[in-house]
Design a protein around this ligand. Structure first.
Ligand SMILES: NC(=O)c1ccc[n+]([C@@H]2O[C@H](COP(=O)([O-])OP(=O)(O)OC[C@H]3O[C@@H](n4cnc5c(N)ncnc54)[C@H](O)[C@@H]3O)[C@@H](O)[C@H]2O)c1
Ligand SMILES: O=C(O)C(=O)C[C@@H](O)[C@H](O)[C@H](O)COP(=O)(O)O
Ligand SMILES: [Zn+2]
Length: 352
């Protein structure tokens, strides 16, 4: 199992981590934003200054084959060997693409994730799913290849804008929904306009523990790990559709909107309570607004859902649903009519 450090002393922890991993050369991958905002925070650790630096453009639209090739090229041209160490310093885009570069370079080198976004810290950096988007589909190419260590520190969160905080928060809400009512209640009190960072740090550490517990039981998503995909069957369809129509949305926003549709399916198919559905929908609508679509888009969204990795066949769509908070129902196949009704419900809920 990968080592997860919930750090309260970043520099000491990174020094210990890097010196504890035998390596011949150190590489640090950032995007153009984390190069400026986050790399300097690590500079008191001398070895980082001498590391070979790889910088790629920011955001999910750049989680591409071209940027993956750029990372491979840099490693090759700068003397990386099978014994080199890669540090991924960034949000989920960087830990996904950097993790996949590490998985594939010389058939696998060791890497460490230092997530710098809320989403990266609670979700993307943990659990070993790595990959890139391809042909318009989210995470179409990838590998399970866990980081040797994930170093989580809330020091990076202070430069995040409201939208990136909310994007990460929806994955925390997902973790609460699949675990316990008390956690869900606590999170619904979150005020993105007035962030209490101490409260947030505690909530992040609890959230990571929920994911850690699930991944430990099922690292390759054969059964219970599918719970971590709640909201993503519809969410990824929205995200891919948004990319296609040149109006990209943040991953966590797509997941939040996906949760609306999938909790509706949970209500209809598994008896998820109406009051909890309504409370969650109100929170999402208030904080995340809406992604515009109309009923002419349903067929296309359904076609995208048919590519979801959880599907048992190319013609059925498999969801993770809930019969209550913390009551996970995996492998739920919904028919096309009901999926369309869930999209109607999404549109009604967000005022479209
Ligand atoms: N592997 C997994 O299990 C997993 C889980 C969830 C999401 N993901 C993937 O993660 C990606 C989304 O991650 P994300 O939301 O972190 O996006 P991201 O990595 O694109 O980061 C969002 C933005 O924040 C900037 N940024 C990063 N750290 C910052 C900081 N400390 N201060 C200010 N700006 C900062 C980035 O440069 C970028 O512009 C998606 O590709 C999604 O598919 C993967
Ligand atoms: O770690 C997991 O397992 C997840 O499903 C976490 C998700 O939040 C994440 O977005 C993941 O990348 C989705 O994976 P995919 O297998 O549906 O591409
Ligand atoms: Zn996600």
């Amino acid at each position: 199992m990968q080592r997860i450090i919930k750090s309260t002393n970043l520099i000491t922890d990174i020094e210990k981590t890097v010196s504890g991993i035998k390596h011949d050369k150190l590489f640090v991958l950032t995007d153009e934003h984390t190069a400026n905002l986050c790399f300097p925070i690590l500079e008191p650790f001398a070895a980082i200054k001498n590391a070979s630096r790889i910088v790629i453009p920011a955001n999910d639209t750049n989680k591409t084959l071209e940027n993956l090739a750029h990372i491979w090229k840099h490693l090759t041209q700068n003397g990386a060997t099978r014994h080199s160490l890669l540090i991924n310093l960034g949000g989920g885009m960087i830990t996904d693409i950097g993790g996949f570069a590490a998985a594939t370079f010389k058939r696998g080198i060791t890497y460490v994730n230092i997530p710098t976004t809320l989403l990266g810290a609670v979700d993307a950096a943990v659990g070993g799913k790595t990959g890139i988007n391809f042909e318009g589909f989210k995470n179409e190419i990838g590998a399970f290849y866990p980081a040797e260590c994930v170093l989580i520190s809330s020091r990076f969160f202070h430069t995040l804008g409201r939208e990136d905080i909310l994007s990460g928060f929806s994955e925390m809400l997902k973790h609460a929904l699949i675990s316990a009512e008390a956690e869900w209640e606590r999170l619904l009190a979150f005020d993105a306009g007035n962030i209490d960072y101490e409260w947030l740090t505690d909530a992040v550490f609890r959230s990571v523990s929920i994911k850690e517990g699930i991944v430990e039981k099922d690292p390759f998503e054969s059964h219970i790990r599918k719970a971590l995909n709640l909201g993503h069957t519809v969410g990824h369809a929205f995200e891919s559709f948004a990319l296609e129509t040149a109006r990209p949305v943040l991953h966590g926003y797509a997941v939040a909107w996906g949760l609306i549709a999938e909790l509706y399916l949970s209500h209809r198919m598994c008896g998820f309570p109406k009051e909890e559905l309504q409370k969650t929908v109100r929170f999402i609508h208030r904080n995340y607004g809406a992604f515009a679509l109309d009923c002419d888009d349903y067929e296309h969204l359904y076609d995208i859902m048919k590519h979801d990795k959880k599907n048992a066949s190319a013609s059925s769509v498999n969801f993770t649903l809930l019969s209550g908070i913390g009551k996970i129902q995996i492998n739920q196949v919904a028919g096309k009519d009901l999926i369309f009704q869930s999209l109607d419900f999404y549109r009604d809920s967000v005022g479209l």
